[in-house]
Design a protein around this ligand. Structure first.
Ligand SMILES: CC(C)(COP(=O)(O)OP(=O)(O)OC[C@H]1O[C@@H](n2cnc3c(N)ncnc32)[C@H](O)[C@@H]1OP(=O)(O)O)[C@@H](O)C(=O)NCCC(=O)NCCS
Length: 248
């Protein structure tokens, strides 16, 4: 049973393994003073990625995010953050390697404008997306180009003062779904539809290539901070969602 209106709370130091539960953690990435030390918990390939960022702030955000993700996953798995090993699916979705993960802990990460969200479940595929609601976007132009016909028409009928939130609600619901599937942008965005009303429950309405998909996946709204909007997609029926702040 989902509980979309529940507040975000301080996280327990030792979270129980998320059997029949989804945990969503939000992480503030603006902590530059600790970024150098945090780098020590990253693997060599992650340090290589960090070094390739052009802007210091982006590098610090990446390092802080990966360090926090390692710390969080380590708490569930009983493994020190620096010892966790990731493997990557064909389209880049990270997972904890099988030999460290017998109970199939699943996770997904999203970041936007200094805020990261990590969603954690067990066994079931999971995807999360968060976006800062930006005013400088040609909402209808982008929707016509990328969204399904149904979504574009529904968005076109929204009052103009609700357009930004509706656009980003639709965007994050679509992203969360393709991230749960793990396909990335190889999944055509116009081939499936989600609900677009940001104040109503998130739903997967139709997947053209898979008529049963809408009954196999659950979507949920996430509002981690004022000015941000997000969504969570998980395989199977609704479950309890816990929302936690990561405090290092
Ligand atoms: C990579 C992608 C899966 C998500 O990218 P994004 O929305 O820009 O970025 P997010 O912050 O939400 O997610 C990035 C994280 O997703 C994870 N990820 C990478 N590939 C993934 C995949 N195929 N499936 C699921 N998760 C993936 C990674 O952990 C990554 O974080 P990291 O680089 O710090 O390790 C892909 O969908 C993409 O490139 N999207 C572009 C955005 C777009 O055009 N959206 C249109 C929406 S209508």
């Amino acid at each position: 049973m989902s509980n979309e209106a529940e507040p975000w709370r301080a996280a327990p130091v030792q979270p129980p393994f998320p059997v029949d539960r989804i945990d969503v953690w939000q992480i503030c990435l603006d902590a530059p003073e600790s970024a150098v030390d945090l780098q020590e918990v990253l693997a060599r390939d992650e340090i290589g990625r960090a070094e390739r960022f052009h802007f210091t702030r982006d590098r610090q955000h990446f390092v802080r995010c990966r360090s926090a993700v390692r710390e969080i996953l380590g708490r569930y798995l009983g493994i020190p953050a620096q010892d966790i090993r990731f493997s990557y699916e064909a389209n880049g979705k990270p997972q904890v390697v099988e030999d460290q993960n017998p109970q199939q802990l699943r996770f997904n990460i999203s970041h936007s404008s200094g805020l990261a969200v990590i969603a954690v479940a067990s066994v079931r595929a999971i995807g999360v997306d968060v976006e800062k609601i930006r005013p400088d976007v040609e909402y209808l132009e982008l929707a016509e180009r990328f969204f399904s016909t149904n979504e574009y028409q529904a968005l076109s009928a929204m009052p103009s003062n609700q357009l930004a939130r509706a656009f980003f609600a639709c965007w994050t619901r679509k992203e969360a779904f393709i991230k749960a599937c793990g396909d990335g942008l190889s999944f055509p965005l116009s081939e499936f539809s989600v609900s677009i009303d940001p104040d109503a429950p998130a739903t997967l309405q139709e997947v053209r290539t898979d008529p049963r998909a809408a009954t196999r996946w659950s979507l949920f709204n996430l509002v981690p901070q004022e000015g941000f909007i997000g969504a969570l997609a998980v395989e199977g029926p609704a479950q309890t969602i816990e929302r936690w702040f990561f405090n290092g």
